[in-house]
Design a protein around this ligand. Structure first.
Ligand code: SAM
Length: 241
């Protein structure tokens, strides 16, 4: 079977040190399409993700270009990875699950709270939606902007530095809001920025967290309890009660 050899290994074998890009994120090197296909089959479709558009988006977005150079070899493994500043890129299955739960179609507008690496935002953009994403840690927001621009998603994702607790009212209402850090309680502004029929996908809790989907109707909000999860805490205003 033909196997591609990571560029960094080729360079090391040739006695050349790979140079990390300025952003600290992985250089392109190769597409690693085969690894993505395996990841989708064995980690994502195998666990019940069925939406063909979501599966195709995860097959397409080069996850290895959203992780630091030191994590590049692990980019398609079944786990979250460190991205610096004590934060993580979520496990691929969780990204696919949250994307599927958001029930998006091309042309929709989505708010993401917790840009992190930018990978979840890129998967959303790959579906043809416009993404507004907020990250509280400035250097991560900068790295994510760079990775999104380098992978061709820069036009469809706007990244802002700040506390996502209050949402992004200038661009509301949203078809979906995806939160990738866990607040102790659901921030009310995020519910209020959903359009009627819009979905909020959010992990909630502290030592015990649940992934919830909240759907806004004409008369209120319907809550579905999806599964127990473990996310980094949502910092800022969410921690002040
Ligand atoms: N979606 C990310 C990805 O694809 O890499 C995963 C991000 S990580 C699990 C959660 C992110 O939420 C961290 O980068 C963290 O700094 C950010 N975060 C935590 N609290 C926040 C807040 N109040 N507003 C915005 N971002 C926040």
């Amino acid at each position: 079977m033909l196997r591609t050899i990571p560029v960094a290994l080729i360079l090391l074998a040739a006695g050349i040190s790979p140079v990390a890009p300025e952003s600290g994120y992985a250089a392109d090197g190769e597409s690693r399409e085969h690894e993505r296909h395996t990841m989708v089959e064995s980690q994502i479709a195998a666990r019940g993700i069925r939406n063909p558009d979501v599966l195709e988006a995860v097959r397409t977005v080069p996850r290895h270009r959203f992780v630091p150079e030191s994590q590049q070899e692990s980019a398609y493994k079944d786990r979250p990875l460190p991205i610096g500043h004590g934060q993580t890129i979520s496990q691929p299955y969780i990204v696919a699950l949250m994307t599927e739960l958001a029930e998006l179609k091309a042309g929709d507008t989505v708010l993401e709270v917790g840009t992190g690496s930018g990978y979840q935002a890129a998967v959303l953009a790959q579906l043809g939606v416009k993404v507004y994403s907020i990250e509280i840690i400035e250097p991560l927001a900068e790295q994510a902007r760079a990775a999104l621009a380098a992978t061709g998603y820069g036009d469809r994702v706007e990244v802002r530095t700040g506390d996502g607790y209050a949402g992004w009212p200038e661009h509301a209402p949203f078809d979906a809001v995806i939160v990738t850090a866990a607040p102790p309680m659901i921030p009310e502004p995020l519910k209020q920025q959903l359009r009627i029929g819009g979905r909020l996908v959010i992990p909630v809790g502290q030592s015990f967290q649940r992934l919830l989907r909240i759907t806004r109707s004409e008369t209120g909000f319907e809550e579905e309890n999806v599964l127990p999860v473990r996310f980094v805490p949502m910092t800022g205003r969410a921690q002040r009660g």
